[in-house]
Design a protein. Structure first.
Length: 264
């Protein structure tokens, strides 16, 4: 990172941001991946007081002995899993190094043991990056609800202050894809309905929001909530009148006198 041993945390953060832009795989391709991972690990070590002190001590001892510094970051974190911050960093390390199964197992254990939040121990942008990777790992295991909740945490922050920007569409698409299918342990679709109700409040393209409202209408109708279902259909029609099936449905609803939200 080109830093002096007595550098401060702000120096570490600034140097990391500059170097990351230079070696990020999005700009350098596959050949930049190894350098980016090494840079990310260096940043993880130096940005935490605990890991930095341990690294500096090992480095100092090795220098006195005239030997090569031998310090394994993952071993250091693994030995301190009982510390929530070290656990958060270990999960991030595993995600970065293609140890997705290990990261998921660690995160699951932390959830069982009590309330644990990656957000508490990571800077906002770092949390969003790692939460996305963790959610993707859950999708690989078909753990849809866990993946959804991580994506939703990203969405909450993105809606407040854009960071992912055009990549945010991927987050929205993944959440929409999750709720299009029945969720595990949700036989009456109550959780699924809650998720869809939540999604239509986010910054979807009008046509995609219309699809979600159409799905919400179907779920409401299955519960016998016909007026609420009709309301969602009319909202969907206002957003995307050419969406397949909507025009016929709206016509039928009007004939039944369920046009509680007339279209002008």
């Amino acid at each position: 990172m080109g830093l002096k041993p007595d550098c401060g945390r702000s120096d570490v953060r600034r140097a990391y941001r500059v170097k990351a832009k230079e070696v990020h795989p999005d700009l350098t391709g596959e050949e930049g991946t190894a350098r980016f991972l090494a840079l990310k690990e260096a940043y993880e070590v130096l940005s935490s007081r605990t890991t930095r002190e341990a690294y500096d001590q090992t480095r100092h001892t090795a220098k006195k002995r005239g030997t090569v510094t031998d310090w394994d970051y993952r071993d250091f974190l693994s030995a301190r899993k009982d510390d929530p911050e070290s656990l958060a960093r270990l999960i991030c390390y595993d995600l970065l190094h293609d140890l997705d199964a290990e990261a998921v197992e660690l995160y699951d254990e932390a959830q069982v043991g009590g309330f644990f939040s990656l957000r508490r121990y990571l800077e906002r942008e770092d949390f969003m990056d790692y939460a996305f990777m963790l959610a993707e790992a859950y999708l690989e295991q078909n753990a849809l609800v866990k993946a959804y909740r991580l994506f939703r945490g990203i969405a909450e922050l993105e809606e407040e202050d854009p960071y992912f920007k055009h990549f945010y569409v991927e987050v929205l698409d993944r959440m929409a894809a999750i709720v299009r299918h029945s969720l595990p342990d949700d036989p009456d679709n109550r959780l699924r309905m809650a998720f869809v109700t939540d999604l239509v409040k986010l910054s979807y393209h009008p046509r995609e929001e219309a699809r979600l409202r159409k799905l919400l209408s179907e779920l409401l109708a299955a519960e016998g909530r016909n007026e609420d279902a009709a309301r969602e259909i009319f909202r969907a029609y206002e957003l995307a009148p050419k969406l397949p099936g909507l025009e016929e449905t709206v016509k039928t609803l009007r004939e039944l006198g369920l046009d509680s939200n007339p279209i002008r």
